[in-house]
Design a protein around this ligand. Structure first.
Ligand code: RM4
Ligand code: MN
Ligand code: MN
Length: 426
């Protein structure tokens, strides 16, 4: 199923007048405040977020999984789904593959399909947290950190295979997330586990192509509940430094203990030129993988404030690999992703409205009240007409969710694919 331009136009036409009125009102107000509205819109249009290949089907918990019907049953269909989201939002111009869940069978065909939908191949993700059928060694007690050299070698080789696959598609980074750790005190020697991980990562890093980066993700707990080898940004930063210039930390919003100051982590990593990637989601308790912006939109805005600051003031930091890392248990995955993309763009737009010079001078004067006023003035601005403008100028939908529903996309997919298809992934 492919959404045609005229479908989007038809659905836009119904609300074009309201949009234009709202946009004119906002744009006049912002212009009076000295904001260059066109530059802002261009920035929103340039901001593309990768969709992970495992997020197009139903997620689920260890207690159950409920299908949404019409799920993509192969990589081609997953890319078609991203094409649908991208045509409506104009924000999902990339896919991030998880290997071995989504190994292409025909590279040229997949590249061609993605190209025709304006989708690039972003970071490739290795998976050494599950055992694969016919694998010689088991990751039950860890992968890159394992005490057994044979297991470590298998995990290293898997990462090299992933790099190879990514290379054929035009990816430029490898994301490593490890479940390694221990469930009980005394089970592991912390120092040995970390040293093994460092050595293994260095072995992978050695064969990383020159124009590639390695992104090291951290997470405090789960699936291991007593200790995790790469538990926090400090450990990830340390490992990235040990590997070299092309290794970076990756921040996943859900991978922090409650109340962590994620914006500060982002800021410090960027100042050190070591923030390479970012996974969006939202959470109440842990790695809940909920829709971006559904629980803590203000925190997301504060994080974007630091990202915007870093993108402007930290040339030592590379361009980031942005990705949504969420799981869809009760919502249609495509609707969920559309909502996440909207929340990301909204937080970004609001952060772009912050007058950084004014904020700086309020900070220098220790005018704490003014600092808050500046941030919250930006946060309280309804930026949705800017997002709409950015989208429709590029051929997207005024309201992606409404268009998705009025075009009856899910039923179209069910008709095409049948009801009981199941997507690979978690
Ligand atoms: C992990 C982590 C990784 C993702 C897997 C599926 O918690 O967030 O980024 O690849 O889940
Ligand atoms: Mn992640
Ligand atoms: Mn996660």
């Amino acid at each position: 199923m492919k959404i045609e331009q005229h479908h989007i136009q038809d659905s836009n036409n119904k609300n074009l007048k309201t949009h234009q009125d709202n946009f004119d009102f906002l744009s006049n107000n912002l212009t009076k405040k000295g904001v260059n509205v066109n530059t802002l819109i261009k920035k929103l249009q340039d901001f593309q977020v990768a969709i992970p290949s495992w997020a197009l089907g139903a997620g689920g918990t260890r207690f159950g999984r409920f299908s949404f019907y019409g799920e993509p049953s192969n990589l081609e269909q997953k890319i078609q789904d991203i094409g649908i989201i991208h045509s409506l939002t104009q924000t999902a111009g990339a896919v991030s593959l998880h290997i071995p869940w989504d190994i292409p069978e025909d590279y040229n065909a997949i590249k061609e399909l993605a190209g025709s939908l304006d989708i690039k191949f972003d970071a490739v993700n290795s998976n050494t947290f599950q055992d694969q059928a016919n694998a010689k060694e088991s990751y039950k007690y860890g992968s890159l950190s394992n005490t057994s050299e044979a297991v470590r070698q298998q995990a290293i080789q898997h990462n090299l295979d992933v790099i190879n696959i990514g290379n054929k598609l035009g990816s430029k980074s490898l994301t490593v997330w490890l479940a390694d750790g221990s469930c009980f005190p005394g089970q592991n020697n912390f120092q040995t586990a970390l040293q093994n991980t460092e050595n293994s990562l260095k072995d992978i890093y050695k064969v990383l192509p020159n124009d590639w980066s390695m992104l090291i993700e951290y997470k405090p707990y789960e699936p291991n509940f007593y200790s995790t080898v790469i538990q926090d940004w400090g450990t990830s930063f340390m490992l990235a430094n040990a590997c070299g210039d092309k290794a970076y930390s990756l921040v996943d919003l859900g991978h922090h203990l409650p109340n962590s100051n994620i914006e500060q982590i982002v800021s410090i990593l960027m100042s050190k030129g070591k923030l390479g990637g970012f996974h969006f989601n939202d959470s109440k308790y842990g790695d809940d993988d909920l829709t971006v912006g559904s629980i803590k939109p203000y925190a997301l805005f504060l994080i974007f404030n630091e990202l915007v600051y870093g993108m402007k003031n930290n040339p030592q930091n590379p361009d980031l690999a942005w990705m949504i890392d969420a799981s869809h248990n009760v919502k249609d995955p495509l609707e969920d992703l559309i909502q996440s993309l909207e929340a990301i763009q909204e937080a970004y737009a609001k952060a772009l409205l912050i007058d950084q010079d004014e904020l700086k001078s309020a900070q220098l004067n220790n005018d704490v009240v003014k600092c808050q006023e500046i941030l919250q003035d930006a946060y309280r601005t309804d930026v949705r007409p800017l997002l709409e403008k950015a989208r429709i100028e590029n051929g997207g939908a005024l309201s992606p969710i409404n268009a998705y529903r009025s075009l009856d996309v899910r039923n179209g997919l069910i008709k095409e694919r049948g009801k009981n298809t199941v997507a690979t992934g978690l």
